[in-house]
Ligand binder design. Structure first.
Ligand SMILES: CC(C)(COP(=O)(O)OP(=O)(O)OC[C@H]1O[C@@H](n2cnc3c(N)ncnc32)[C@H](O)[C@@H]1OP(=O)(O)O)[C@@H](O)C(=O)NCCC(=O)NCCS
Length: 157
């Protein structure tokens, strides 16, 4: 593990950097849904961040959103370009998964255009119709709606 970084719950003072990270990077258009400040403040308790210890700089973020009984979603995962390939994405997802277990949520899914990364972490593709209808309410706010190209993947804990 890279000890130069720490994963912790997000704080109010992280929001501006999280907002910038989740804004579309033109080279990676559509990989993460941009989040408004309003959403980031109201959903802040869902988020983990990974921080470089020396500089205090935010390297990435990820959220665990509770969906239903036993079901949660990993969302808004991003590691900034310069910090990739150092295990930080995995550490962010692991933090979400251990919070899911603490909360007795034993099924975690993700909707993603990066299935290879999640397959590496043990997630497996599932048909979208196994997910409850409630999941799709946020899709109305997605710029791609209704032409969704994301893959649903699930991990049972
Ligand atoms: C996907 C993303 C979060 C990965 O972050 P990262 O910090 O570079 O990933 P890690 O270094 O933790 O990688 C963990 C493992 O997954 C592998 N991996 C990383 N990205 C991968 C990819 N795109 N495809 C396949 N495997 C990948 C790594 O090789 C590593 O394997 P190892 O543990 O056997 O060495 C990052 O590339 C990103 O922010 N992408 C753009 C946003 C995005 O796609 N988010 C997901 C939205 S649901």
């Amino acid at each position: 593990m890279d000890h130069d970084f720490v994963v912790r719950k997000a704080r109010i003072s992280d929001v501006k950097a999280m907002h910038a990270m989740l804004l579309d990077n033109p080279e990676e258009e559509g990989l993460v849904l941009p989040r408004s400040f309003n959403k980031l403040y109201t959903l802040l308790r869902d988020f983990f961040v990974v921080v470089e210890k020396n500089s205090g700089e935010l390297a990435g973020c990820c959220a665990l959103s509770i969906c239903w009984e036993e079901l949660a979603e990993v969302r808004s995962l991003v590691v900034r370009n310069t910090f990739r390939g150092r295990g930080l994405g995995r550490r962010l997802v692991d933090a979400c998964l251990s919070e899911a277990v603490t909360l007795e949520l034993y099924k975690v899914f993700v909707l993603t255009n990066t299935p290879e990364f999640f397959a590496h972490l043990g997630f497996r593709e599932v048909p979208k119709d196994v997910l409850p209808q409630k999941v799709w309410s946020d899709c109305l706010n997605c710029p791609k709606f209704p032409d969704c190209d994301e893959i649903a993947m699930m991990l049972r804990l």
